[in-house]
Design a protein around this ligand. Structure first.
Ligand SMILES: NC(=O)c1ccc[n+]([C@@H]2O[C@H](COP(=O)([O-])OP(=O)(O)OC[C@H]3O[C@@H](n4cnc5c(N)ncnc54)[C@H](O)[C@@H]3O)[C@@H](O)[C@H]2O)c1
Length: 338
């Protein structure tokens, strides 16, 4: 039996990127079991996929879940991701992101699960010396969070040398957008990312968005990032599992569009979608922000046949529709009518 015939264990599947990937996997005909503590995820985001509530460090529960559901492949999203928090509480990140991953891989190996897709991040490269950023750019994490991702990449490399485990570490650039039916999307309660913060400023007016620096050496003076639609990310995971199930070797792949957008371009696209400007203030530069980063994703294309289908317009339009609907739902009927 191929590992592609079994169930996919999706840790962190109730979170933002995980929930979109669960949907994509099911649409591709895969059986899935979501494994999430729900500390930062939402039960509704799983829709009707099987859900086990637990911590990745609970080896007994991971093993029991693998055995009960016939798990043959793992997609591992579960982690903390707040860069600022990681600098204030580093042990929390070493424990959850690094030690938790080790426990998870051990339990999966013991249950005969050998195919792993791991959520890494372009932040492992820190401030890139050159753009577009390719996979062989120097590893230079500038936060505890980024270092935790770089460490797990190395752990996976050594798992590949010492065990039957084979892995694809996907280095995401800036995940953004929502499902096109506005059913699932990013939770702005927890997110520190530009798109949800801009939507919050636009739809609630409070807090206003802070733009950190408009005097960088870029066309409009603001920082440039590679925003990748969450459904394009989800598609990369489906393909990475296919690749591993067909015998592919351990590898690391950048997942981005290859196109950089400035902060002001994101705000302009948001204003166009909403028909009104995003309330914002320009402040001083923030230490540690790379000026420009965007991906060379040609290796993902060559390895997985993957390429991004969507750009900034689809990202902003889908995010706006999702957040607009969340706000409409949370308002009492009278205030919507007034
Ligand atoms: N969002 C981005 O732009 C981005 C970029 C690069 C990498 N990543 C990585 O992608 C992954 C998913 O990111 P996201 O934006 O969907 O985050 P998210 O916070 O929405 O989802 C993470 C999920 O993992 C769960 N979780 C955390 N620790 C757990 C544990 N110990 N046991 C069980 N469940 C646990 C949370 O409850 C949550 O549902 C993370 O590993 C993140 O570091 C995200």
């Amino acid at each position: 039996m191929s590992s592609l015939d079994g169930t996919v264990l999706v840790t962190g599947g109730a979170g933002y990127i995980g929930s979109h990937t669960v949907r994509a996997l099911r649409e591709a005909g895969r059986d899935v079991v979501v494994y999430d503590s729900l500390e930062l995820g939402r039960r509704e985001a799983v829709i009707d996929a099987p859900l086990v509530i637990g911590n990745i460090a609970d080896s007994d529960l991971v093993t029991a879940t693998c055995n009960e559901h016939g798990v043959t492949q793992l997609v591992h999203f579960a982690a903390y991701k707040a860069v600022g928090e990681s600098m204030k509480s580093p042990a929390k990140y070493w424990r959850n992101n690094v030690a938790g991953s080790v426990e998870l891989y051990e339990a999966c190996l013991a249950a005969g699960v050998h195919d792993v897709v791991f959520s890494s991040s372009c932040s492992v490269n820190g401030t890139p010396a050159a753009v577009p950023v390719s996979e062989d750019a120097p590893i230079h994490p500038e936060s505890v969070y980024a270092e935790s991702k770089a460490m797990v990449e190395r752990i996976l490399h050594w798992c590949g040398q010492t065990t039957p485990l084979r892995s694809v570490a996907l280095r995401y650039f800036n995940a953004a957008g929502a499902s096109f039916d506005a059913r699932i999307g990013e939770d702005w309660t927890y997110s520190q990312n530009l798109v949800p913060l801009a939507m919050k400023a636009l739809l609630l007016g409070n807090p206003r968005l802070t733009v950190f620096g408009n005097d960088y050496d870029t066309p409009d003076g603001t920082c440039i990032r590679d925003y990748i639609h969450v459904d394009d990310l989800a598609d990369a995971h489906v393909r990475a599992l296919d690749y591993l199930g067909s015998g592919g070797d351990t590898t690391v792949l950048n997942i981005g569009t290859g196109v950089g957008s400035s902060v002001l371009e994101v705000l302009e696209a948001t204003a166009r979608a909403a028909g009104e400007d995003v309330p914002h203030d320009i402040m001083d530069r923030r230490p540690g922000d790379p000026v420009i980063t965007y991906a060379d994703a040609s290796l993902a294309n060559a390895t997985l046949g993957w390429r991004a289908r969507y750009g900034l317009i689809e990202i902003i339009d889908s995010a706006y529709a999702w957040h607009r609907q969340q706000v409409d739902r949370s308002l009492p009927r009278e205030s919507q009518e007034s």
